[in-house]
Design a protein around this ligand. Structure first.
Ligand code: NAD
Length: 482
């Protein structure tokens, strides 16, 4: 059967427009072209920034109740069209239909929360008289919109990570240019159409599709852009930071998250949670479990149950309700991880299950005895791969967990409070989940990493802080007493 390829457009200024050239959007599960989007040029990027200047002025003047109402209506439209959104995610990306539905639910929460947080854009009073000579000053600060934001997003959560930029940006009164991943631009386009339907004035949000290497530098270098809100890999983040120069950067980057399982843990709960955390979205998840350190006395039982549960996972057609794991985002990525596994094996690793590739599909794979210096142990795999190693103590587990350049989230399974507090203090990460794997996030919590995992925090309220500036006001009162 021949399906029609839809030619999608991008939104620059107040016009949905085609480009001179286009990019094919490919379903990685079938290799079929499902749509094309414009390949924007540098001139398109400049035009978007010009329109965003007007957009910033319109957004700044929009009363907060209107910002909140538009975000609420957008959440209602996404709720009405939730199955269409889920189908879009499941077609253009790696996620199975069940995973896609769960992302749509999260997007609705993110938008709803953004509308609520718009009403809590608080400042603070400042007690000036604490400093001698300032007895007659009263002051406060309030938050004002930062201006033009460029949001650059990755392929793996093509809807909710875009909502994490759009929601707070509108709540804070800014204009926004979104540059979605060229692998998965369709969910972002659909979300921007929902914003339009909800009544968002033109030019506040634009969406420009194209190759990051072509339009990225124009968008990120421009002096009128005040914040770059980036979610993606470290290497891209570094390029953006170099090109951006002195401007605000919010960076949500990669990781290879650890989870520690101590001997007193509820072992079966730890196994189930780690299997899900390692393999959801085919392991292409920034807080996905990549490294598990298990105390020696329970190592064999943990491994046995973990491998048995991994073997139950069904790899296959994303559209099927039965499927647990879809393909990786491309065959190229699947071949990369195949090479990494081969390298690890040459260095002495043992594959306990999985390890084989068919096209873009890679089996859920469990390895042990992976050399600590191997790429699989040091770098971000971003694939359905997990390594499990035995450790003699919490101290050793923490040392191994920290022995990488990343630090996004970690998990810890224990019933020992002293051990938990010790790990909380020593683990070098932005978030610790006790009695859960590293793969836990709600959209209202501060989310972000240290080391090479990023700068700043997302999570609606915290993104709003990044997307606003503080203005201090002080009144010097006259001498006479009231
Ligand atoms: P990527 O870095 O390859 O691409 C991200 C975005 O950057 C895409 O839109 C891409 O087109 C754009 N881009 C590429 N080159 C650019 C340039 N020179 N200038 C401007 N933009 C450019 O990442 P990806 O493969 O799409 O996503 C996977 C990565 O994202 C992983 O490292 C993952 O951990 C990370 N991620 C982090 C979080 C988080 O919240 N910390 C969440 C999801 C994904």
């Amino acid at each position: 059967m021949h399906t029609q390829v839809v030619q999608e457009r991008m939104l620059i200024s107040d016009q949905w427009q085609h480009g001179q050239q286009s990019i094919e959007v490919i379903d990685p599960g079938t290799n079929h072209v499902i749509a094309t989007v414009p390949a924007a040029t540098e001139a398109d990027a400049k035009a978007a920034i010009e329109a965003a200047k007007e957009g910033a002025e319109i957004a700044r003047q929009m009363p907060i109740h209107e910002r909140a109402a538009i975000l609420k209506r957008t959440a209602e439209i996404v709720t009405r069209d939730r199955e269409l959104f889920a189908q879009t995610i499941a077609k253009e990306g790696s996620k199975t239909i069940r995973e896609a539905r769960s992302e749509v639910r999260r997007c609705i929460e993110t938008l709803t929360l953004s509308g609520e947080e718009a009403k809590r854009l608080h400042g603070e009073t400042i007690p000036f008289s604490q400093m001698p000579g300032h007895e007659r000053r009263v002051g406060y600060f309030y938050r004002f919109p930062i201006g033009i934001i460029v949001a650059i997003t990755p392929f793996n959560d093509p809807l909710n990570l875009v909502a994490h930029k759009i929601g707070p940006a509108i709540a804070a009164g800014n204009s926004l240019i979104i540059k979605p991943s060229s692998f998965t631009p369709l969910s972002a386009l659909r979300l921007v159409k929902a914003l339009e339907e909800a009544g968002l004035p033109k030019k506040i949000v634009q969406v420009i599709t194209g190759h990051g290497s072509v339009i990225g530098p124009t968008l990120t270098k421009h002096r009128d852009v005040r914040l770059i809100s980036f979610t993606g890999g470290y290497e891209t983040g570094e390029k953006i930071a170099r090109s951006a120069g002195v401007k605000k950067l919010a960076m949500e980057l990669g990781s290879n998250s650890p989870t520690i399982v101590l001997q007193d843990a509820e072992l079966m709960e730890a196994v189930a949670s780690c299997v899900s955390g390692a393999f959801c979205a085919a392991g292409q998840n920034c807080i996905g479990v990549q490294r598990i350190y298990v105390e020696q006395s329970v190592f064999n039982s943990f491994i046995q149950s973990f491998v048995a549960q991994t073997k139950q996972l069904r790899l296959g057609d994303k559209q099927s309700e039965e499927t647990d794991i879809g393909p990786m985002i491309s065959e190229k990525e699947a071949k990369r991880i195949e090479r990494w596994v081969e390298e690890a094996k040459e260095e002495g690793a043992r594959v306990l299950t999985g390890g084989r590739r068919t096209g873009a599909y890679f089996e859920p794979t469990v390895l042990t005895n992976v050399s600590p210096s191997s790429r699989l142990a040091k770098e971000e795999a971003f694939a359905p791969i997990v390594i499990i190693e035995g450790v003699h103590s919490l101290t050793e587990a923490v040392a191994r967990a920290n022995d990488v350049d990343f630090g996004l989230q970690a998990g810890l399974f224990t019933n020992n409070l002293t051990a938990a507090f010790s790990a909380i203090e020593k683990l070098e990460v932005g978030g610790i989940m006790v009695n859960d794997s590293s793969d836990v996030r709600i959209d209202a919590m501060p989310f972000g990493g240290i080391k090479k995992s990023g700068l700043g925090r997302e999570g609606v309220r915290y993104a709003i802080e990044e997307m606003t500036e503080q203005k201090v006001v002080a009144f010097h009162l006259p001498e006479h007493k009231i």
